[in-house]
Design a protein around this ligand. Structure first.
Ligand SMILES: NC(=O)c1ccc[n+]([C@@H]2O[C@H](COP(=O)([O-])OP(=O)(O)OC[C@H]3O[C@@H](n4cnc5c(N)ncnc54)[C@H](OP(=O)(O)O)[C@@H]3O)[C@@H](O)[C@H]2O)c1
Length: 258
C-alpha cells in the first residue's frame, strides 16, 4: 500500500513511527509541513520520503491520510486534486464523513478514523467508520481497530479520546501528592506508572467484568479506596467528567474547530 500523509504533526508522526517500527510498511510520503517532524521521520525510516507539496503526496499515494487541524481542513482540501482510485482516511475529528466526501471528490472511498498517540507503540484502539477492510488492516497493525457502522457512535468514540490529558493529570496529581509527602520524584513516577499499568492489565485480562464491578472489587467496605472514591464522588469529579464529555460531543457534532 502506498501511503501518504497530508499534515505531519503529532498523530501522523505517531502512525508513521508505529508502522515503520517493526516491518517494512511500504512507501510512505509525507507533506512538507511540519518540516522538522517530517525530516525526523525521513531520517529514521528508509520507507519515508517527503514530498515538495501536498498535491505531490496525493500523486504518490493510494491511501491518503488527512491529518491537519480542522480549522484549515477545507482550505487544504480545496487546493487538492484527488483521483477516483484514492482511498482517503480522515483523522480530522470534527469533520463529518459527508464533508470529507464532498471535499475529496472523486476519491472512491472515504473512511474516518481516530487513532491515539499510542499507535506509535502499536498499542491502543482506533475507531473507524464506516467499516473498511483495507483501513481495518492498517490500524490492526497499530493496535486494535474497532469498526463502526454508525457515525454518531463513531463521534462518541472520538469524544472519549478527549480524556487523555485528564488521565495524565490524574497521574500527575497522585505522584505530585506522593512527592509532597516525602517520596523521591523518580520513585513516585515509577510507582504511579506501574500501578496504572497493572490496573489496565487487570481490566484487559477480564473483558467480561464491567468497570463498575472492578471498582467494587478494588475497594473494601470502610477501607482506603472506598474513602477516596466517596470523597471524590461527593466533590463531583465524575459528574464533571461526564458533563465535560457531553460538551466535547456537542462540539464534534457541530463540526466546530478544536
Ligand atoms: N493528536 C491526537 O491525539 C489526535 C488523535 C486523533 C485525531 N487527531 C486529529 O488529527 C488532526 C491533526 O492533529 P495533530 O494533533 O497531529 O495536530 P498537529 O500536531 O498540529 O499537526 C497538524 C500538522 O498540520 C500541518 N499543517 C499546517 N498547515 C498545513 C497545510 N496547509 N498543509 C499540510 N500540512 C499543514 C502542521 O504543520 P506546521 O506545524 O508547520 O503548521 C502540523 O504538522 C486533527 O484534525 C485532530 O483532530 C489528533
Amino acid at each position: 500500500m502506498k501511503l501518504g500523509f497530508v499534515g505531519c504533526g503529532t498523530i501522523a508522526s505517531a502512525m508513521v513511527t508505529g508502522l515503520c517500527s517493526t516491518r517494512s510498511a511500504g512507501p510512505i510520503t509525507l507533506s512538507p509541513r511540519n518540516a522538522q517532524v517530517a525530516a525526523g521521520l525521513a531520517s529514521r525510516f528508509a520507507d519515508v520520503q517527503i514530498a515538495p507539496t501536498n498535491q505531490a503526496v496525493l500523486d504518490a499515494s493510494e491511501v491518503v491520510v488527512l491529518a491537519v487541524r480542522p480549522q484549515i481542513a477545507s482550505g487544504v482540501l480545496s487546493e487538492l486534486r484527488f483521483r477516483p482510485d484514492h482511498h482517503v482516511v480522515s483523522l480530522i475529528a470534527a469533520l463529518p464523513l459527508e464533508c470529507i466526501r464532498s471535499g475529496t471528490t472523486p476519491a472512491a472511498l472515504v473512511t474516518r478514523a481516530v487513532p491515539l498517540p499510542s499507535v506509535a507503540l502499536r498499542q491502543g484502539p482506533t475507531a473507524i467508520h464506516p467499516p473498511t477492510q483495507l483501513i481495518k488492516a492498517l490500524f490492526e497493525a497499530l493496535g486494535t481497530a474497532i469498526e463502526l457502522d454508525d457515525e454518531s457512535e463513531f463521534d462518541a468514540f472520538a469524544a472519549a479520546t478527549a480524556i487523555m490529558a485528564s488521565y495524565f493529570t490524574f497521574a500527575s496529581t497522585v505522584s505530585g501528592w506522593m512527592t509532597r509527602n516525602g517520596v523521591a520524584p523518580d520513585n513516585a513516577r515509577t510507582y504511579v506508572g506501574e500501578m496504572l499499568r497493572g490496573m489496565a492489565a487487570t481490566s484487559l485480562a477480564a473483558p467480561d467484568r464491567s468497570f463498575n464491578a472492578l471498582a467494587e472489587e478494588h475497594q473494601t467496605r470502610g477501607g482506603l479506596n472506598e474513602q477516596v472514591l466517596q470523597l471524590t464522588t461527593r466533590d463531583g469529579s465524575f459528574v464533571a467528567l461526564d458533563r465535560a464529555l457531553d460538551t466535547v460531543l456537542k462540539r464534534l457534532q457541530a463540526g466546530a474547530s478544536q
